[in-house]
Design a protein around this ligand. Sequence first.
Ligand code: ATP
Ligand code: MG
Length: 615
Amino acid sequence: MKELAALNKYFYKYRKRYLAGLLFVVISNYFAILAPQITAYVVDKVQQVLPGYVPRPLAPQIDPLVRAFVNWVETSGFSFNAIIALCGVSILVLALIRGLFMFLMRQTIIVASRYIEYEQKNEIFGHYQNLDAVFYKRNNTGDLMNRISEDVGRVRMYTGPSIMYLANLITMIVLSLYFMVKKDPLLTLYVLAPLPILSVTIYIVNNIIHKRSRKIQAILSDLTTDAQQTYSGIRVVKSYAQEEAMLRAYAQRSDDYRKESIGLAKVEAFYSPAMWLLIGLSTLSTIMIGGIYYLDGRITEVGVLVEFVMYINMLMFPVMAIGWVAGMIQRAKASQGRLNELLVTKAEVHDEAATMPKESLDSWNGSVSFKEISFTYPNTGITAIKNFNLTITPGEKIAIIGRTGSGKSTIAQLLLRMYDLQEGNILINNHPIEHYAVDTLRSRISYVPQDVFLFSDTIGHNISFGKDDASETEIEEAARMASVAGEIESFEKGYETVVGERGITLSGGQKQRVSIARALLKPAGLIIFDDCLSAVDAATEKAVLGELGKYLQDKTAIVITHRIFALMDFDTIIVMENGSIAERGRHADLMEKDGVYAELFRRQQYETTVPATDA
Ligand code: ATP
Ligand code: MG
């Protein structure tokens, strides 16, 4: 149960609601328990007018409230019919009062559980956001989504319904047992004997149902993934004429789903008749045993019998709930265990060594120094960077060129501190990168990632993502510098155009330039462009670079690329090979050296349709 202890802080926070809820449970059950006693009184009353009745004093084992009521109707001189009618009305009133308190009990306990669910979701979402790239590589999205929706949902079944049913169960059992034992302990024992069997059966059957539904859930989730893949990859599916094959795969899973669902329906179909059978047997045995007792003269009033039958029926639901509650708590325990595991996961990249104040990078102008860094991706063991040394001075424009997989993007990742270094040091303004809080550092670096990501939102919001308070003119200016303004303005809704799933589809090159505009708008000391013009044609590239050149004049920038931009005058060009720097220098020096760079340049000149001399 120690997993669920993590929830105690929430119980404490909402203790007033819970306490009120528990009080309401007790009150509602108290009123429920009075009805059988009044019924018993009515039955006895009716007996009194039957022939052969021997007058007896009122049984002493009844609730004081009922006793007061009975005394009142007896002594107020009502006619027989009026007494019976009054009793009927009182039972109705009791039911109403009970209903009112049941409503209040739900309003307190279930509402509290919804609050807890809400807070837990936020806590988990907040925690997710703090975790680093390594965590996201290790866990798949589906699993992360499940924790925040399914697991939290299962935990809510504990903080809400389970607690409520449990409180209900305990008070109902205590109250009815109290009155039953007072009336006749042995009869109580006999009639209650079958109830544990009922609880256990429900527990077992419920677990079977749950296991099966989980299996069905898993198939359903595969089915959804299948369908989703087909929709998002519909262009590939159609162009390879694979519709039939996709349909076959889908139909196969769909069939599994059908079989499992029918299996579940069978178990469920058996479930409720079996329950009703057990309930019926309990009632039957009560009447039978009670009947024998009455004939033997062990009990003298038929009313007691009626009362017992009513108690048994009232106990049925709480006893059945034991089975549900046990299952719910078990699942909540497993779910909370998973959530606890997640919540104790710490980001490997953290702020523990952050000694520099928040403002320390406010006027940072991009001075960075990589000292002998080496880096191996922790999840794959691939060594992406080896003995890398580079010093960037303010205002410098650096190009990083190299074959695919040579480690260019990794340099950007390390500079953004998506991962921590294993060897060497990155100095930002002459201080180790770890001395800055991650937030502070990232807020001062503008980054255009290699794989563009746009949110399903308007183009304007996508551009202003790094600067919430950006004005319309600023957004337009950024778009203009990224040479995408013309295209955006040609859309009917301009910057209000929604992109992504339910919006328009931008071309690869358009997306890249929107992503550049986003980076240009963010106030930063250093800008990193990671291969961000790979999808645009030569003419557009030229236009973007022309604008960028002007924008970058007094800024520090790292441009990662496959292509050699003849247009931009880089201060240093780094040629990477297998994680290390193979060559470095200015364009002319490197050409003169006639090494890897010169070779690359010549090949590109040959390949490109627009000669570089044109630029
Ligand atoms: P490209 O020009 O294709 O973008 P790159 O020079 O940017 O290549 P990197 O992305 O830095 O190359 O990758 C360097 C090496 O690190 C590659 O071997 C790659 O497989 C590996 N790698 C990159 N990202 C990860 C990651 N997140 N986890 C594990 N290994 C990675
Ligand atoms: Mg890359």
